[in-house]
Design a protein around this ligand. Structure first.
Ligand code: ADP
Length: 261
């Protein structure tokens, strides 16, 4: 569980800020769809800061259960005490709860959030036999990585339909280069070259990569270059190596990047 920091840089890609503001007014649940490293988490951190709400982030994985979110009894000395989980805390205090990669969580997580995603805006705490009405400021936001990538779980249509959904993708080259400059202070011409490399690799679908170059990887490469690492080496370790373990593909990508940087 982490809380949003102040002064967050986010470069808007289309109408996502306006859409979020509407959603925040209407208290609708929001689903951010898109590949990893495309700015979903950054967006919600930025928006939480803009609307002055506390953001509670839970990174879901295959072991994340409803109990982890709602809370549990723990033994303290000779007593049993109840400890609220991040969802209960957010519901009671009117925070934004961000369930990152919600499709990865156990199915009981989806069951637990159902009554918060419709007109009821309630959380049922089965272990206490209590139903809590959500604070009027409470907002539920989830993210997921659509199933075109191997190894990622799908979200059931009945669950998806409970959310208003916003799609994220890698930004257009001009915007992505601006992001690199803003994030790292790198020179604009190097940022443009890095973005050109990213765009080129994203279009090489024949490589069959499970995941392609994210904005995050380009930001990492830019940080390393800005910190003094030779450009080619920075691209090899920050962009190429994280993408694959296949030696032939690594070699082909390194050759391509060496030409482009
Ligand atoms: P996701 O949550 O989609 O996996 P993140 O939000 O963590 O991705 O984005 C990864 C990194 O990419 C961020 O830390 C940030 O440096 C950069 N980034 C991506 N999109 C944007 C954007 N629109 N504005 C600012 N930074 C961005």
């Amino acid at each position: 569980m982490k809380v949003a920091e102040k002064t967050i840089f986010y470069k808007a890609v289309c109408s996502e800020i306006e859409i979020f503001n509407q959603i925040n007014q209407l208290r609708l649940p929001l689903l951010l769809k898109g590949p990893t490293g495309s700015g979903k988490s950054r967006f919600i951190e930025y928006m939480a800061n803009e609307v002055n709400k506390t953001l509670v982030t839970v990174s879901c994985h295959e072991e994340t259960s409803a109990t982890d979110l709602i809370g549990r009894f723990i033994i303290k000395g000779s007593e049993t005490v109840w400890i609220d989980g991040p969802l209960s805390i957010a519901v009671k205090n009117g925070y934004i709860l961000y369930l990152d990669e919600v499709a990865e969580a156990r199915p009981d997580v989806i069951v637990a959030i159902h009554s918060l995603t419709d007109h009821r805006r309630e959380l049922f705490i089965d272990k206490l036999g209590e139903t809590i009405r959500a604070h009027s400021d409470f907002l539920l936001v989830a993210s997921f990585n659509p199933g075109y990538q191997k190894g990622f779980k799908e979200l059931k249509p009945s669950t998806r339909q409970r959310f208003v959904a916003l799609s994220f993708d890698y930004p257009k080259p001009k915007i992505e280069a601006e992001i690199l400059v803003n994030e790292t202070g790198i020179q604009a011409d190097i940022a443009q070259k890095l973005v050109a490399i990213g765009t080129k690799i994203r279009n090489l679908t024949e490589l069959g990569l499970t995941e392609t170059v994210s904005t995050r990887l380009l930001v990492d490469a830019a940080k390393l270059i800005n910190n003094g690492l030779p450009k080619r080496l920075a691209v090899h370790v920050a962009v190429v190596e994280p993408l694959t373990d296949e030696q032939e593909t690594i070699q082909a990508l390194n050759d391509l990047c060496d030409l482009m940087i």
